[in-house]
Design a protein around this ligand. Structure first.
Ligand code: SF4
Ligand code: SF4
Length: 211
Protein backbone atom coordinates (compact mmCIF):
# COMPACT_ATOMS: atom_id res chain seq x y z
CA UNK A 1 0.00 0.00 0.00
CA UNK A 2 1.18 3.58 -0.57
CA UNK A 3 3.95 4.23 1.91
CA UNK A 4 5.82 7.29 3.11
CA UNK A 5 8.83 5.42 4.48
CA UNK A 6 12.04 4.63 2.58
CA UNK A 7 14.47 1.84 3.21
CA UNK A 8 17.41 4.27 3.51
CA UNK A 9 15.61 6.32 6.13
CA UNK A 10 13.42 4.21 8.27
CA UNK A 11 12.60 6.12 11.45
CA UNK A 12 10.88 4.68 14.51
CA UNK A 13 7.12 5.18 14.29
CA UNK A 14 5.53 7.69 16.64
CA UNK A 15 2.02 7.56 18.05
CA UNK A 16 -0.16 10.10 16.30
CA UNK A 17 -1.96 12.51 18.54
CA UNK A 18 -5.08 14.63 18.04
CA UNK A 19 -5.57 16.13 21.55
CA UNK A 20 -8.49 18.33 20.53
CA UNK A 21 -10.46 15.31 19.34
CA UNK A 22 -9.12 12.63 21.67
CA UNK A 23 -10.51 14.53 24.68
CA UNK A 24 -14.04 13.68 23.62
CA UNK A 25 -13.55 10.71 21.28
CA UNK A 26 -12.22 7.89 23.46
CA UNK A 27 -12.44 5.48 20.55
CA UNK A 28 -9.96 7.63 18.62
CA UNK A 29 -7.32 7.24 21.35
CA UNK A 30 -8.02 3.51 21.33
CA UNK A 31 -7.45 3.35 17.57
CA UNK A 32 -4.25 5.39 17.70
CA UNK A 33 -2.96 3.14 20.51
CA UNK A 34 -3.73 0.08 18.42
CA UNK A 35 -1.97 1.57 15.40
CA UNK A 36 1.21 2.40 17.28
CA UNK A 37 1.34 -1.15 18.66
CA UNK A 38 1.07 -2.47 15.10
CA UNK A 39 3.49 0.10 13.64
CA UNK A 40 6.18 -0.73 16.21
CA UNK A 41 5.89 -4.46 15.55
CA UNK A 42 6.02 -3.85 11.78
CA UNK A 43 9.00 -1.54 12.23
CA UNK A 44 10.90 -4.23 14.12
CA UNK A 45 10.13 -6.87 11.47
CA UNK A 46 11.12 -4.60 8.57
CA UNK A 47 14.27 -3.41 10.36
CA UNK A 48 15.33 -7.05 10.85
CA UNK A 49 15.00 -7.64 7.10
CA UNK A 50 16.90 -4.44 6.27
CA UNK A 51 19.72 -5.65 8.51
CA UNK A 52 19.96 -8.77 6.37
CA UNK A 53 20.61 -6.50 3.39
CA UNK A 54 17.14 -6.41 1.94
CA UNK A 55 15.72 -3.18 0.57
CA UNK A 56 12.21 -1.96 1.23
CA UNK A 57 10.55 -1.50 -2.15
CA UNK A 58 7.54 0.39 -0.75
CA UNK A 59 8.09 4.13 -0.99
CA UNK A 60 6.17 7.34 -1.38
CA UNK A 61 4.54 7.50 -4.80
CA UNK A 62 4.52 3.73 -5.25
CA UNK A 63 0.88 2.72 -5.19
CA UNK A 64 0.07 -0.02 -7.67
CA UNK A 65 -1.18 -2.06 -4.72
CA UNK A 66 -3.73 0.62 -3.76
CA UNK A 67 -5.13 0.90 -7.24
CA UNK A 68 -5.35 -2.82 -8.00
CA UNK A 69 -6.05 -4.71 -4.75
CA UNK A 70 -9.77 -5.12 -4.31
CA UNK A 71 -10.01 -6.96 -1.00
CA UNK A 72 -8.68 -4.82 1.81
CA UNK A 73 -9.94 -5.97 5.21
CA UNK A 74 -11.04 -3.22 7.57
CA UNK A 75 -12.24 -3.55 11.17
CA UNK A 76 -15.14 -1.50 12.60
CA UNK A 77 -12.91 0.77 14.72
CA UNK A 78 -10.75 1.41 11.67
CA UNK A 79 -13.83 2.36 9.69
CA UNK A 80 -14.75 4.85 12.41
CA UNK A 81 -11.24 6.32 12.06
CA UNK A 82 -11.56 6.61 8.29
CA UNK A 83 -14.98 8.27 8.56
CA UNK A 84 -13.70 10.70 11.16
CA UNK A 85 -10.56 11.56 9.22
CA UNK A 86 -12.46 12.09 5.97
CA UNK A 87 -14.82 14.53 7.72
CA UNK A 88 -12.39 16.24 10.10
CA UNK A 89 -8.84 15.64 8.92
CA UNK A 90 -8.96 16.27 5.19
CA UNK A 91 -8.42 19.71 3.78
CA UNK A 92 -8.40 21.54 0.45
CA UNK A 93 -7.63 19.54 -2.66
CA UNK A 94 -7.38 16.21 -0.82
CA UNK A 95 -10.86 16.71 0.67
CA UNK A 96 -12.44 17.39 -2.70
CA UNK A 97 -10.51 14.68 -4.53
CA UNK A 98 -11.48 12.02 -2.00
CA UNK A 99 -15.09 13.17 -1.74
CA UNK A 100 -15.41 12.92 -5.53
CA UNK A 101 -13.82 9.47 -5.60
CA UNK A 102 -16.10 8.25 -2.81
CA UNK A 103 -19.18 9.61 -4.58
CA UNK A 104 -18.23 7.76 -7.78
CA UNK A 105 -16.95 4.63 -6.11
CA UNK A 106 -18.27 1.25 -7.20
CA UNK A 107 -17.61 -2.02 -5.44
CA UNK A 108 -14.63 -3.89 -6.86
CA UNK A 109 -12.63 -0.80 -7.84
CA UNK A 110 -9.20 0.09 -6.40
CA UNK A 111 -9.03 2.08 -3.18
CA UNK A 112 -11.03 5.34 -3.25
CA UNK A 113 -8.53 7.01 -0.90
CA UNK A 114 -5.62 6.97 -3.34
CA UNK A 115 -4.81 10.56 -4.34
CA UNK A 116 -1.98 11.51 -6.69
CA UNK A 117 -0.16 8.25 -6.03
CA UNK A 118 -0.33 8.62 -2.25
CA UNK A 119 -2.63 7.52 0.53
CA UNK A 120 -5.06 10.37 1.20
CA UNK A 121 -5.88 8.99 4.65
CA UNK A 122 -2.35 7.93 5.58
CA UNK A 123 -2.69 8.42 9.38
CA UNK A 124 -5.87 6.29 9.33
CA UNK A 125 -4.89 3.66 6.77
CA UNK A 126 -6.01 0.26 8.00
CA UNK A 127 -3.83 -2.44 9.52
CA UNK A 128 -3.92 -4.39 6.27
CA UNK A 129 -2.17 -1.52 4.48
CA UNK A 130 0.32 -1.06 7.31
CA UNK A 131 1.21 -4.75 7.26
CA UNK A 132 1.72 -5.04 3.51
CA UNK A 133 5.40 -4.39 2.90
CA UNK A 134 7.37 -5.61 -0.08
CA UNK A 135 11.12 -5.95 -0.40
CA UNK A 136 13.64 -5.41 -3.16
CA UNK A 137 11.49 -4.81 -6.27
CA UNK A 138 8.45 -2.53 -6.49
CA UNK A 139 5.29 -4.31 -7.66
CA UNK A 140 4.69 -4.38 -11.37
CA UNK A 141 1.41 -2.96 -12.66
CA UNK A 142 -1.34 -5.27 -11.43
CA UNK A 143 1.05 -7.61 -9.60
CA UNK A 144 0.15 -9.04 -6.23
CA UNK A 145 3.54 -10.20 -4.92
CA UNK A 146 1.81 -12.32 -2.30
CA UNK A 147 1.16 -14.73 -5.18
CA UNK A 148 4.04 -13.97 -7.54
CA UNK A 149 6.97 -13.79 -5.05
CA UNK A 150 5.81 -14.55 -1.55
CA UNK A 151 9.34 -14.38 -0.11
CA UNK A 152 9.49 -10.64 -0.93
CA UNK A 153 6.39 -9.90 1.16
CA UNK A 154 6.91 -9.17 4.84
CA UNK A 155 5.53 -11.92 7.05
CA UNK A 156 3.47 -10.15 9.66
CA UNK A 157 4.52 -10.44 13.29
CA UNK A 158 1.41 -12.33 14.39
CA UNK A 159 1.91 -11.43 18.06
CA UNK A 160 2.12 -7.72 17.25
CA UNK A 161 -0.89 -7.98 14.98
CA UNK A 162 -2.94 -9.71 17.69
CA UNK A 163 -1.87 -7.16 20.30
CA UNK A 164 -3.10 -4.35 18.06
CA UNK A 165 -6.41 -6.13 17.43
CA UNK A 166 -6.78 -6.83 21.15
CA UNK A 167 -6.40 -3.10 21.82
CA UNK A 168 -9.49 -2.57 19.63
CA UNK A 169 -11.74 -4.88 21.66
CA UNK A 170 -12.95 -2.23 24.16
CA UNK A 171 -14.64 -0.54 21.19
CA UNK A 172 -16.93 -3.57 21.20
CA UNK A 173 -17.50 -3.45 24.99
CA UNK A 174 -14.91 -6.13 25.73
CA UNK A 175 -12.76 -4.61 28.43
CA UNK A 176 -11.77 -7.33 30.92
CA UNK A 177 -8.36 -8.88 30.33
CA UNK A 178 -9.59 -12.47 30.63
CA UNK A 179 -12.49 -11.84 28.27
CA UNK A 180 -10.21 -10.11 25.78
CA UNK A 181 -7.89 -13.12 25.78
CA UNK A 182 -10.81 -15.49 25.35
CA UNK A 183 -12.22 -13.49 22.42
CA UNK A 184 -8.83 -13.32 20.75
CA UNK A 185 -8.44 -17.07 21.17
CA UNK A 186 -11.78 -17.55 19.46
CA UNK A 187 -10.80 -15.12 16.68
CA UNK A 188 -14.00 -13.20 17.34
CA UNK A 189 -12.73 -9.87 16.02
CA UNK A 190 -12.24 -11.40 12.57
CA UNK A 191 -15.99 -11.98 12.36
CA UNK A 192 -16.45 -8.18 12.40
CA UNK A 193 -14.14 -7.46 9.47
CA UNK A 194 -15.46 -5.91 6.27
CA UNK A 195 -13.98 -5.46 2.83
CA UNK A 196 -13.04 -1.82 2.22
CA UNK A 197 -14.16 -2.16 -1.38
CA UNK A 198 -17.66 -3.21 -0.36
CA UNK A 199 -18.47 -0.26 1.89
CA UNK A 200 -21.11 2.15 0.62
CA UNK A 201 -18.64 5.01 0.33
CA UNK A 202 -21.18 7.24 -1.38
CA UNK A 203 -22.81 7.73 2.05
CA UNK A 204 -19.53 9.05 3.45
CA UNK A 205 -19.21 11.40 0.48
CA UNK A 206 -22.65 12.78 1.39
CA UNK A 207 -21.78 13.11 5.08
CA UNK A 208 -18.65 15.08 4.20
CA UNK A 209 -20.97 17.88 3.08
CA UNK A 210 -20.11 20.99 1.09
CA UNK A 211 -16.92 23.04 1.64
S1 SF4 B 1 6.16 -1.96 -3.63
FE1 SF4 B 1 4.13 -2.86 -4.01
S2 SF4 B 1 3.19 -3.03 -1.96
FE2 SF4 B 1 4.90 -1.59 -1.80
S3 SF4 B 1 3.96 0.46 -2.09
FE3 SF4 B 1 4.74 -0.27 -4.11
S4 SF4 B 1 2.99 -1.24 -5.07
FE4 SF4 B 1 2.53 -1.09 -2.87
S1 SF4 C 1 -6.16 3.15 2.51
FE1 SF4 C 1 -6.17 2.89 0.29
S2 SF4 C 1 -4.77 4.45 -0.51
FE2 SF4 C 1 -4.36 4.20 1.69
S3 SF4 C 1 -2.69 2.71 1.82
FE3 SF4 C 1 -4.61 1.58 2.00
S4 SF4 C 1 -5.15 0.93 -0.08
FE4 SF4 C 1 -3.61 2.54 -0.24
Amino acid sequence: MAKKKRSSNYPEPQRLSYPKYEESLTWLSMLLDAYIIADKAIHASVAAELKKGRRLACAKGCSTCCSTHVTIPVYPLELAGIYWYAMEGLEGEAFHAIQGQLARFESGQGCPFLVNGGCGIHPMRPLACRHFNVFDTPCAEGEDPFYTRRRDVLSPDEKGKDKALMAMLPYHGITERAEKREMMKKGWIHTTVKNLQEIEWVKLAQRMGVR
